[in-house]
Ligand binder design. Structure first.
Ligand SMILES: *Cc1c(COP(=O)(O)O)cnc(C)c1O
Length: 474
């Protein structure tokens, strides 16, 4: 039998240096690429061999293909003129932290499978709670605590499962959840992940009640929530979960969390707060108002993988009381039994999430927090918020444009007064130019463009250039 062709340590070192060089060069030449990939469907596959190689190839060939076959099909999320969706920004410390996690290659499903993976995660989420000035109830030294989820969608799903556990006294795990018996409430502006969670949890999408929003602020209306809950209770339907948003995906609206929480709790429902994009902005003291009402929330999620310089995936999820969460998700097969778990002295994060296995994701967040410090993170958020405010002042000076909502943090939503067709045509024109990339939403039945600032490389000149291009093509 021939030897297994593992990469030697010497070769790994050589190729590893080449990869780091490649990434550093990539970041330096980001502006030479069209922001939005210009390939058509099937182009990337057509450039790849039909069959896998029979004989192993040198890694250098893989790296060479990244340049020629992969990059054309990449949309450059770190490009300084990427303003689409919400950002998924990264940073040197985060990339290196993630690389270290890959190098260690641990699977941190239990405390016992790598104590550092669990304890660093608990610790870093306490740090993040401090940096964001979250209520003490989410810290790990009481009944609550934090965990890194894959995404805000996972956070919404596990919040729903915990809520079902609590409202049924644990019966939901055994009996299942018959459609029509339970209801979930959220605003029509809320991210689609909540509707998906209802489907996955087996409640069915009919269990989702959409709470009307105020037409001006697009905040969920507490009186509408109360009416929906009252109607359900009268009909014998059990309110399980209310999801409030801090920073909706469309326009960045912030729901009145405290009022929604009071209504939810009166009805025995769980209050989850989705602050996937906006939540991390609370690192800045002048934006602490973003946390208003959180001391009444049962769970809270924000994504360092969006705006806080940490590679996808990293959703920070906290619960005020971990009992229901663990109650809903804990399963202990014999092959996972161990003394540490039996002692009850440790956290096993597999009980806080849907899958069993988990990566050592705390390393990248730890690296980001240590290398930027509170000061650096504040400077990062403030810079983007200031750039968005400046862009909004420019929009106000051109009569052909109008703001759809006041700028929310680093997000500006605007449109052409000429209407939907003109607004969409403008979006297609600027995106097709390759010089910038933004996406759209629909507000009140009309199309609006969203300029979300979030690349670590974005400077005023990029935002200025985006505005000049929008004006020129309008
Ligand atoms: C982006 C976003 C989500 C979904 O985030 P994932 O982490 O990709 O699941 C959910 N809610 C809001 C408000 C978002 O902006």
């Amino acid at each position: 039998m021939s030897d297994v062709p593992h990469m030697s340590a010497a070769e790994f070192r050589r190729q590893g240096h080449a990869v780091i060089d490649w990434i550093a060069d990539y970041h330096e030449r980001l502006e030479s690429f069209p922001v939005l990939s210009q390939v058509g469907p099937g182009d990337v596959r057509a450039a790849l061999p039909a069959d896998p190689p029979e004989v192993g190839e040198p890694f250098a060939d893989v790296l060479a293909d990244i340049e020629t076959r992969i990059l054309p099909g990449v949309t450059h999320w770190q490009h300084p003129s990427f303003f689409a969706y919400f950002p998924a920004n990264v940073s040197g410390p985060s990339i290196l932290g993630d690389l270290l996690a890959a190098g260690l290659g641990v699977q941190g499903m239990l405390w016992a499978t790598s104590p550092a993976a669990t304890e660093l995660e608990t610790h870093v989420l306490d740090w993040l709670a401090t940096l964001l000035d979250l209520p003490d109830r989410f810290r790990s030294d009481g009944a609550g605590g934090g965990v890194i989820q894959h995404s805000a969608s996972d956070a919404a799903l596990v919040a729903l499962l915990a809520a079902l556990h609590r409202v049924t006294d644990g019966r939901s795990e055994h009996e299942g959840v018959a459609g029509g018996r339970f209801a979930v409430y959220t605003s029509e502006q809320t991210h689609s992940s909540v509707a998906k969670a209802c489907r996955i949890a087996g409640l069915g999408s009919d269990s989702l009640r959409l709470v009307d929003t105020d037409p001006r602020t697009l905040r969920a209306r507490p009186d509408r929530l109360r009416a929906l809950i009252d109607a359900d209770r009268t009909a014998g339907v059990v309110p399980v979960l209310v999801v409030a948003s801090i920073g909706t995906t469309g326009v960045g609206a912030v729901d009145p969390v405290a009022e929604l929480a009071a209504i939810a709790h009166e009805a025995g429902a769980w209050l989850h707060v989705d602050a996937a994009w906006a939540g991390v902005a609370a690192v800045v003291p002048e934006l602490h108002w973003l946390n208003d009402g959180l001391d009444a929330a049962d769970s809270y999620a924000t994504n360092p993988h969006k705006w806080l310089l940490t590679n996808f995936d990293c959703d920070a999820f906290w619960v005020a009381d971990r009992t229901a969460l663990v109650g809903a998700l804990s399963i202990l097969p014999e092959y996972l039994r161990n003394a540490a778990t039996d002692s009850g002295a440790v956290v096993d994060y597999r009980d806080w999430q849907v899958p069993l296995g988990r990566r050592f994701r705390a390393l990248k967040l730890w690296a980001v927090i240590r290398c930027y410090g509170g000061e650096g993170l504040r400077a990062h958020v403030r810079k983007h918020v200031a750039l968005a405010a400046e862009f909004a002042t420019w929009v106000r000076t051109d009569d052909r444009f109008e703001l759809v909502a006041p700028p929310s943090l680093s997000l500006v939503t605007f449109r052409l007064r000429a209407g939907d067709d003109a607004t969409r045509a403008l979006m297609d024109a600027v995106n097709g130019s390759g010089e910038m990339y933004l996406t759209h939403t629909v507000v009140d039945g009309t199309t609006a463009l969203r300029l979300a600032i979030g690349s670590p490389w974005t400077e005023q000149r990029h935002v200025r250039a985006a505005w000049e291009l929008l004006r020129a093509r309008a």
